[in-house]
Design a protein around this ligand. Structure first.
Ligand code: FMN
Length: 211
């Protein structure tokens, strides 16, 4: 069993990393492999809704000039996923959102049914809004949410501060324990039934469109 953790901070050893490393350590002690993938400092493009991933590059983002397709490959191999992000203006890092929106749109099959969790790391405020934003895609991709004893939030300003947020680190360890149980429990079950055909609807009345 393997869990992929994405560090959505450009700082490879910052507070988000510390929170994810606490999860990874606990998972490893429980016999689960882990990999922490770094978002890094190179530009990450946003989705331009070209829909080429639906035709010319199925299962991949058509744009191959950043880490999106590498992330998709890792997600396919993983049994579960954790994304951590620093809080910027009460939101996750924009690069993380851009990356996940593309990866999930191009390759929802890589994550469907796999347990997931989000972690938000901040100095003082805005973490619960960022945390909820990070979780939004999981709930429409059939990804069971791993939970903890508190919201998955860790506090710290400068790199290293998070190590001193004792309750935050405890929340990370509890999250890891629950994630481990969830991944193992799901692995013991038969695979999900194939999804029913989905016809996305909208709220625009067809009779109003026909002018
Ligand atoms: C552009 C920017 C915006 C930030 N906005 C917030 C914020 O809204 N609330 C907050 O508590 N901290 C904010 N911070 C502080 C970071 O969330 C905090 O330093 C965090 O520990 C950084 O995580 P990292 O070390 O993994 O990068 C901001 C930092 C930056 C660079």
């Amino acid at each position: 069993m393997k869990i992929l953790l994405l560090n959505g901070s450009a700082l490879p050893r910052g507070n988000t990393f510390l929170a994810l490393e606490e999860i990874a350590k606990t998972l490893r002690a429980d016999g689960i492999d882990t990999e922490i993938m770094q978002i890094g400092t190179r530009p990450v493009r946003g989705c331009i809704a070209c829909n080429q991933c639906r035709s010319r590059s199925p299962g991949r983002c058509f744009f191959d000039d950043d880490l999106c397709n590498r992330l998709i490959e890792r997600l396919r191999e993983a049994d579960g996923f954790v994304v951590g992000s620093p809080v910027y203006y009460g939101q996750p890092n924009g690069a993380v959102l851009a990356l996940l929106q593309r990866a999930f749109y191009a390759a929802s099959d890589a994550v469907r049914g796999k347990p997931a969790a989000a972690v938000a790391v901040c100095r003082r405020g805005g973490a619960s809004a960022a945390f909820q934003t990070l979780q939004m895609p999981f709930q429409m991709l059939n990804m069971p949410l791993a939970t903890s004893q508190y919201w998955n939030i860790v506090y710290g300003l400068g790199p290293g501060d998070a190590a001193f947020d004792g309750e935050g680190m405890q929340t990370m360890r509890t999250l890891a324990g629950n994630l481990s149980r969830l991944v193992r429990a799901l692995a013991a079950l038969p695979p999900n039934a194939p999804a029913e055909n989905w016809t996305p609807t909208h709220f625009v009345r067809d009779d109003l469109k026909k002018r």
